[in-house]
Design a binder for this molecule. Structure first.
Ligand code: AHR
Length: 351
């Protein structure tokens, strides 16, 4: 965890002077935490003279760094919650372990941060640790992925993506595609490379796509397998599925990294995607590399999952600071990219 140990400071909003920060960093041998660089606070004589601004302290438990999307999400939060914007960010990477997220949250509580932001790796199991945050009077903001708790007052707000809608968009695109190709009545065989089991991204996309698939008796779900949202696991899983089934028509990858891995396995097997008579490849996220593959006709459709939630997060925290009303749920804007519309979005893609 990139932290400054602020235990024992008895107020909720730290008056952070650079002198204080410099001394603590020197004593602890700490690296400056993510939102703050030494150059932000240094002066000629080595005395730290950052102004006495009040900074809003935020503990951020990021679930990992498994994908291109995840890195973009982390960068978005770090950029938005910078010291220049009035924040004091304490960042922790849980490396896909919920236990590590619990530990990070408890660390944030003991440091008495102003806000806790969590990208939860899986949906279940949050009740106890969030009760501890609630008892400490620290608002919890869920980012990106949703959780399943009996008591919704355990978190203040959710800012993220509508995973169910994303899955349903993939299903609806496939419906139209099969119609356009004149093969809507034919039997089709589908395999799905799913993301992290038990995550809201995996569960939502699976349910959303499943709801559309359930309308079609001729959509045969051959297999769903866990590709863990990573390129390596996507490749391994796709290779295994190709070995098991020789009649796959549609490949649904629940993120772009798994799609890149799947494409490696498909290329090695000499199998093509995207074109007429070739396998259909559906992906999620909308990374620049994937959009280029949509443009080239290798990926048929890419359902956007928008990682740039940092600015909205910063605005919601500012609203909470000012006592303005906030929503319980904020969904990010998301698009569906096909060969027909993708070109105009590629240049500006930042991830
Ligand atoms: O929760 C968002 C998902 O997690 C993205 O689709 C994926 O790339 C990431 O790992």
């Amino acid at each position: 965890m990139e932290i400054l140990n602020l235990r024992g400071i008895g107020k909720s909003k730290y008056k952070v002077t650079a002198l204080f920060m410099g001394i603590v960093m020197l004593l602890c041998g700490c690296r400056p935490f993510s939102g703050l660089t030494v150059s932000d606070v240094n002066t000629e004589d080595g005395t730290e003279t950052m102004s006495n601004d009040s900074l809003i302290s935020v503990g951020f438990s990021q679930l990992g760094s498994e994908s291109t999307w995840r890195s973009a999400n982390t960068e978005s939060v770090k950029a938005a919650l910078s010291t220049g914007n009035g924040f004091f960010l304490i960042f922790d990477n849980a490396r896909q372990k919920q236990e590590k997220q619990f530990k990070a949250v408890r660390g944030f509580i003991s440091q008495r941060v102003d806000y806790i932001v969590i990208c939860p790796v899986i949906q279940d199991g949050w009740d106890v640790v969030l009760s501890e945050a609630k008892d400490a009077g620290i608002p919890v903001i869920l980012l990106d992925r949703y959780i399943s708790v009996a008591d919704e007052s355990l978190y203040t707000t959710f800012i993220g993506e509508d995973m169910y809608a994303e899955g349903a968009s993939a299903g609806k695109w496939l419906e139209s595609y099969l119609e356009e190709e004149g093969i809507a009545g034919e039997d089709i065989n589908i395999v799905v490379l799913e993301g992290t089991s038990g995550s809201s991204a995996q569960a939502g996309r699976t349910k959303g796509f499943g709801a559309i698939a359930a309308r079609h008796m001729n959509w045969n779900m051959l297999a769903s397998a866990n590709g863990e949202f990573t390129q390596a696991k996507g490749k391994e899983t796709m290779a295994r599925l190709l070995h098991e089934f020789d009649d796959i028509d549609i490949i649904v990858c629940q993120n772009d990294d798994m799609a890149f891995g799947a494409l490696e396995a498909l290329n090695e097997a000499g199998i093509k995607t995207g074109g007429k008579g070739e396998k259909v490849l559906i992906s999620f996220d909308g990374t620049k590399q994937a959009l280029e593959l949509v443009e080239q006709g290798v990926i048929n459709v890419d359902i956007e999952c928008n990682p740039n939630s940092g600015d909205l997060l910063s605005k919601v925290i500012s609203d909470l600071e000012d006592g303005n009303p906030i929503e319980k749920t904020y969904y990010m804007d998301e698009k569906v990219f096909t060969k027909e519309n993708v070109s105009e979005y590629i240049e500006d893609r930042n991830y």
